[in-house]
Design a protein around this ligand. Sequence first.
Ligand code: SF4
Length: 719
Amino acid sequence: MQESTISQQIQGAGTHADAHTGIATHCPYCALQCGIHLRGSQANVVIAGNRDFPVNKGGLCIKGWTAGGTLAHPERLLTPLARDASGTLVPVTWDEAISRIVHAFQHIQASYGRDAVGVFGGGALTNEKAYLLGKFARVALRTANIDYNGRFCMSSAAAAALKAFGIDRGLPFPLEAIAQTGVILLVGSNSAETMPPMMQYIEAQRARGGQLLVVDPRSSVTARAATLHLKLIPGTDAALANGLLHILIRDRLIDRAYIRARTEDFEKARSLAATYWPERVERLTGVAEAQLVQAAHMLGTASTAMILTARGVEQQSQGVNNTLAFINLALALGLVGRPASGYGCLTGQGNGQGGREHGQKADQLPGYRKIDDPDARQYIAGVWGVPEHELPGPGKSAYEMLDRAGQEDGIRALLVVGSNLAVSMPRSLHIRERLKALDLLVVADFFLSETAQLADIVLPVTQWAEEEGTMTNLEGRVIARKRAFDPPPGVRSDIDLLCALAERLGESQHFSYSHNEEIFEELCRASAGGTADYAGISYARIEAEQGVFWPCPSADHPGTPRLFQERFYTPTGKARFHAVRHQAPAEVVDSTYPLYLTTGRVLAHYQSGTQTRRIARLNEVAPEPLAALHPVVAQHYGLSDGDAVKLTTRRGTATFTARVTAEMREDTIFVPFHWGGQQAVNILTNPALDPISRMPEFKVCAVRIEAVLINPVLTNKEG
Ligand code: SF4
């Protein structure tokens, strides 16, 4: 069963267990970071929603209730593995594994240069780990090549927010504000499935008479709950936003006083929007002019309103422009920085926010500092106690680093921490080949993920309930992850691993910490004065205050739940409009590939599924990826619900089970991306990158479809 109704989702946001005692910590999965209480043992974990935590107020989704199932899972890795002479992964000691890694790193760097060793992090790592991983790359390895899977998740929204507001914090207000607003425009998000407890705020907003507008190519569970659903053609988001702005200006529904007082460059956006008249936008987007006018008027006449964007808008080769177009809309309506109003981006991964602030991005140092900024380099070099000139410069973005891996001009070794890039990267068969071409692939994980299966050395690391640290949720609230259980023997934390590697690389003086809080304190010092300033945050404050919102520059600063009330973080203090044109996706449909393919999530699984696909209850709910297609498409190709259907793009072919549903547009197929192997939809997706964020175009490519009469098989164009 993959389908569920909105009411089921919202009921699902209730608490699961009757006991509300135990260790107060957080769900390991998405950016909502729901508060939970943990009891029992690793083998018998009892999880209940924490009613006192102000984000989820006790609500959890099915992933949260079942999160304990990974801890004592029989497939858990409990010893390091390394390839023997026959190429088989066999158990080795930690000492041997570390020695082999360090020897290989040193040899490769001596032969090919420092940048020949790459590091790949993740948006689920704690702040401490993300910070230490960046420091490890720059100080212990002195490589420029570090990036992380947040490049595939948040980079377009982050780049747009920096351009428009001078700061990137997903939601610049607490979630509670959603319940207070009059009209919500939700763009490219299926929140009812991806973060069900958030729906309680939208339900409260609706109960107060509020309205929900959803922009999505699918009639998703969330879209079906909307007052108005704009079912656009994939890849036309900027055109739609420009069209709405055109109507708002034409019908005198913009806030001119706000625009004058708090923004700049409106004229540029206005003159471009003038060319997006409704008839043209209807042609481009497939959304009827009457619906465009209705949506614009709902927004323009509301006393409070909110625009929220997510991956649907961002995971495109025009992701930054798309996001800027919706920010333009929020600025023209005078929403940003006002009570119960605003613009926000719904972060996806558990620490998607903190993970992009503290230095695991290719172009970034802690505190959201730019690695090519001389002052930032000087400051961070001082915190780390190294000469500034030894810090490397910007490295390659995630796809670009992996695209050349194992080639003459690419990395020759890679350390992967907290990421399953063999599943999560676009054009994934090509990426698998590149991973195989490396001289050394090291993967730290707690299961033998699809990426770990390709590794030369696999290191078993701790899970969420066995470690402490901090996470930063989608609101910018820094919260505490607690250790409830001792890790199994043989398992070490990522932090232990990095410190051990650094020691063997001769850098122990920079990586000696007696406990995690010491790393957090160093992170806070490193962030001081930066855009993401944590200087005033401490473990004690997080505990006492149910989390602390950054920026928090000093111990006596209250933190900043609401941004932009007085000014923006640009040099002038004003928000910036941007003139952004609609540009077609990198692939448009044609006679060979006549349909659009889009991808996304389902309720029961998280990211590449390394954890959730190992939970029996979640597999019952969603055992395989289904290709959702419209009945008209099904009829055209002679397909029925449950038939095998072969999808082919310019990257390859994969076969799925068809789900025939009127929720789809007649020109679009949807497949969720949580599965690897022969049913990985990322075999098909397009790695065309946004020119600014370097985000791949997961959300739209051209596909052709064929009915097949055999069990799912895979063919690979790229070998
Ligand atoms: S997956 Fe997200 S929405 Fe579900 S319980 Fe965990 S944090 Fe909450």
